[in-house]
Design a protein around this ligand. Structure first.
Ligand code: HXC
Length: 510
């Protein structure tokens, strides 16, 4: 038995050595952890159960039969994050650049199948060069099998991708079909084809960072949902994210202890909205003062900053916050903001996470740039997402709710469950200036008349009361009681039971 155990330990050590000391040193020199080190940081200590450690590739082309490494470039298994089960796979760049062989694909597929069958989140840590070039179509087939599983798991279990090195080809398309992508600044890149291919095909000279670095993907392409300074920070933040997420679409949302009394008024909120309606203020302050302990995990912080999206908790239970941000473009809805928020709303709806929406929106952004860019379709995505969502929806209008944007932002008419407004709310088709110039065009030269019309319009429409008279807002609430009112609303809505008519799937405008 002693010898048998010794042999097992020898094999295990060989597997843990990945592509060898030189390549591991190289990985460390770049500031990156190895696949196994990443899993150690991400999972609870000692919780990792590894599978298929001794799998090797079966390729015999290009002399590959002479070069084999245990685990074949990916470490797979499951473990726990703060006690909750999570399935994981981590690409090992030290073995054939983490590239995907047929055997490597089978390992990932096994984990995907287990995660789906056992209804727990799956997190992939990427650091890989795409299809194993020596394997040809066997690798391509492997990717397609993984993609298919991504699709089937979508909306059933949370799927998260963390990009921690250069990722090309199939190693970007699978993440693209998961719920969230996070990157590490300076060491991670995502592109379908790398800078060399770009140069050959388009004669464009571009660095990996410019083509697909974290900055580009978090601010320009919106492919990534966030970025961190190093591996450790990224891994710890992923643990934090997992704590917010239910295990599956049929699981309860996680509930943790909270320490902020929801009944406690916050009088600083009475001063949040400036007296001048054209002055900005930071809507994040309201989110932080509504969420338990001000704990907010923002999604897509660097992109379309005119809308803020992310997870928080109220009375210990996860909620998704969506809020117009008056600090950026006056909180207007444009194509990017609509896409960003629509995707977030749909994620929350998939996983039964209630939505808390804070509204201060002057409308949709006008202009050829937006219209040519498909604002109609992109704006419709958010409309569609809120309209189809059956989770509890609590909305608070803090200031402007103008035009179509009023409708879109979880209004009563889109099955908003509880719709509140602050006394500072202005719910109308448009602001006073634009409205008066249209309906009193004949008086445009008469400053006195225009001023009188404007005052009349402001008195009648730029308040929450016309909407409240119709029941479109359920109650006009004091700003300082917002956390209490939202918390009570969500408590009441815990038993909400609403479903849409049966369909194969909807046809959201893409
Ligand atoms: C086999 C690969 C590999 C691959 C890297 N390696 N990519 N082996 N197949 N796809 C190996 C290298 O030979 C090297 O082996 C080790 O990994 C490290 O690679 P380097 O090039 O030395 O590292 P680096 O300079 O950091 O560059 C990383 C890289 C580059 C940017 C990922 O390796 C690269 O461009 N690789 C090819 C990317 C690619 O075109 N893949 C195919 C995409 S098509 P040694 O032995 O020296 O350590 C695809 C199809 C699916 O994925 C599409 C589905 C839609």
């Amino acid at each position: 038995m002693k010898e048998v155990l010794k042999e097992l330990e020898r094999r295990r050590s060989a597997a843990r050595a990945g592509g060898g000391k030189k390549r591991i040193d190289h990985q460390h020199a770049k500031g990156k952890l190895t696949a196994r080190e990443r899993l150690e940081v991400f999972l609870d200590e000692g919780s990792f159960e590894e599978f298929d450690m001794f799998v090797e590739h079966r390729s015999t082309d290009f002399g590959m039969e002479k070069t084999k490494f245990y685990s074949d470039g990916v470490v797979t298994g499951w473990g726990t994050v703060n006690g909750r089960t999570v399935f994981v796979f981590a690409k090992d760049f030290t073995v054939f650049g983490g590239s995907l062989s047929e055997a490597h694909a089978e390992k990932v597929m096994k984990i995907q199948d287990m995660a789906l069958k056992n209804r727990a989140p799956i997190v992939g840590f990427y650091d890989a060069g795409g299809a194993r070039i020596q394997e040809g179509v066997a690798a391509l087939g492997g990717y397609a099998e993984i993609f298919q599983r991504n699709v089937l798991a979508s909306g059933v279990i949370p799927q998260i991708s963390v990009i921690m090195g250069p990722c090309a080809g199939g190693d970007v398309y699978s993440p693209a079909m998961t719920d969230f992508i996070f990157m590490v600044r300076g060491t991670s890149y995502m592109f379908v084809t790398g800078p060399d291919v770009v140069k050959t095909v388009t004669n464009e000279t571009v660095t990996a960072e410019e083509l697909g670095g974290a900055h580009i993907h978090t601010t320009k392409s919106s492919i990534a949902d966030g970025a961190y300074d190093n591996d450790i920070e990224a891994l710890l933040q992923m643990r934090r994210l997992i704590d917010f997420l239910p295990a599956s679409n049929t699981s309860e949302i996680p509930e943790i202890d909270f320490h902020d009394d929801v009944e406690e008024p916050d009088h600083s909120l009475d001063r949040l909205v400036p007296a001048n309606a054209n002055k900005p203020y930071d809507i994040r302050e309201l989110i932080l003062k509504t969420a338990d302990e001000g704990d907010f995990f923002e999604i897509q912080e660097g992109f379309a900053k005119n809308i803020v999206t992310g997870f928080g908790r109220i009375e210990g239970r996860t909620v998704g916050f969506v809020a117009n941000q008056p600090m950026v473009l006056a909180g207007v809805l444009d194509a990017d903001a609509s896409r960003k928020a629509a995707r977030f709303v749909r994620f929350c709806d998939c996983f039964n996470i209630p939505l808390v929406t804070f509204v201060d929106v002057p409308g949709f952004l006008p202009g050829t740039g937006q219209e040519y860019g498909g604002l109609i379709k992109h704006g419709a995505k958010l409309l569609f997402a809120y309209g189809e969502a059956t989770v509890p929806k609590v909305t608070v209008i803090t200031r402007k709710a103008f035009g179509g944007a009023y409708d879109v932002m979880a209004s009563k008419h889109l099955r908003g469950d509880i719709n509140y407004a602050w006394p500072t709310a202005q719910i109308a088709v448009m602001g006073a200036k634009g409205a008066v110039e249209i309906i009193f065009r004949k008086d445009i030269e008469d400053a006195e008349k225009i001023a009188a019309h404007t005052r009349m319009y402001e008195d009648r429409f730029l308040s929450p009361f016309v909407a409240a008279e119709r029941g479109y807002v359920d109650e006009v609430i004091t700003p300082h009681s917002t956390r209490r009112r939202v918390a009570r609303a969500l408590r009441m809505l815990r038993g909400k039971d609403l479903s849409n008519p049966w369909k194969k799937h909807d046809n959201i405008p893409l």
